[in-house]
Design a protein around this ligand. Structure first.
Ligand code: GLP
Length: 240
């Protein structure tokens, strides 16, 4: 059963998680952070930047959850670029110690296995930040994803493409495929912190926290984890 914390704003959630990450890095200077993209984790990264001033982050590692397949590497919304802009630069992390799954068409055959190996070699993720899609996806594990799945290529649902169209000029520009850590990969992290804000996430949050554990709502996999924390605002907690 996940621990649920209801906060009054996304900024309060960002501060809570940032404090937890600072404690983790102070204890474990080579901590491995599981990084998420999307709009939800941005308050965490914003709160973290000033808190890390004066703390040695040179040994911190990071692994992103997912990436679009075949997106132009120069596109500002490729997750490689989002992670560079929103995480690596403001937090002062070593870019060589932060990985994003390789979504290039050339590398795609081995990209999943390579990523799993890198995660294993780093000793696994200490704290995994998660958002949740309106259809209950975590990472890009859409409904129907196996709870045992590892990093692999997936097809995005039309709903997710529509949801993410706001980051592109038109929905047609949203890639159709992605490479994502699997639910099995995510469940190996030592601490899961799932964040959700706004009424649009209320049903997905209720399903993830209280619904049946089912592949139809991938976020419900967190109920299988011994240390999962769900931090939501009141709107996202509405259906709990
Ligand atoms: C995106 C990402 C997920 C994210 C989710 C919610 O497609 N791949 O990692 O959690 O959808 O996005 P947002 O936080 O912008 O609502």
């Amino acid at each position: 059963m996940a621990e649920v914390v209801i906060v009054s704003s996304a900024d309060d959630a960002g501060a809570l998680v940032a404090d937890e990450i600072v404690r983790l890095i102070s204890r474990t200077p080579d901590a491995v952070l599981g990084l998420a993209t999307g709009s939800t984790p941005l308050p965490v990264y914003r709160a973290l930047a000033p808190r890390l001033a004066g703390i040695d982050v040179s040994r911190v590692r990071g692994f992103a959850l997912d990436e679009y397949v075949g997106i132009d590497p120069g596109h500002p919304e490729s997750y490689r670029n989002v992670i560079a802009r929103e995480v690596i630069e403001p937090l002062g992390l070593d870019p060589a110690r932060v990985r994003v799954p390789d979504g290039s068409l050339e590398g795609i055959e081995h990209a999943g296995d390579d990523y799993e190996r890198a995660l294993h070699d780093a000793g696994g993720v200490d704290l995994q930040i998660l958002g949740i899609g309106t259809d209950g996806h975590i990472g890009f594990n859409e409904p129907g994803s196996s709870f045992a799945s590892l990093t692999r290529v997936k097809t995005l649902t039309e709903q997710t493409r529509d949801d993410n169209a706001r980051f592109f000029d038109t929905v047609d520009q949203v890639p159709r495929h992605c490479i994502t850590q699997g639910l099995g990969t995510i469940l190996r992290a030592r601490h899961l912190v799932l964040l959700a804000f706004g009424e649009g996430k209320a049903d997905a949050v209720a399903g993830a926290v209280e619904g049946p554990v089912t592949a139809s709502l991938p976020g419900s996999a967190i109920q299988l984890h011994p240390h999962a924390t769900v931090i939501v605002d009141e709107a996202a907690a509405r259906a709990l």
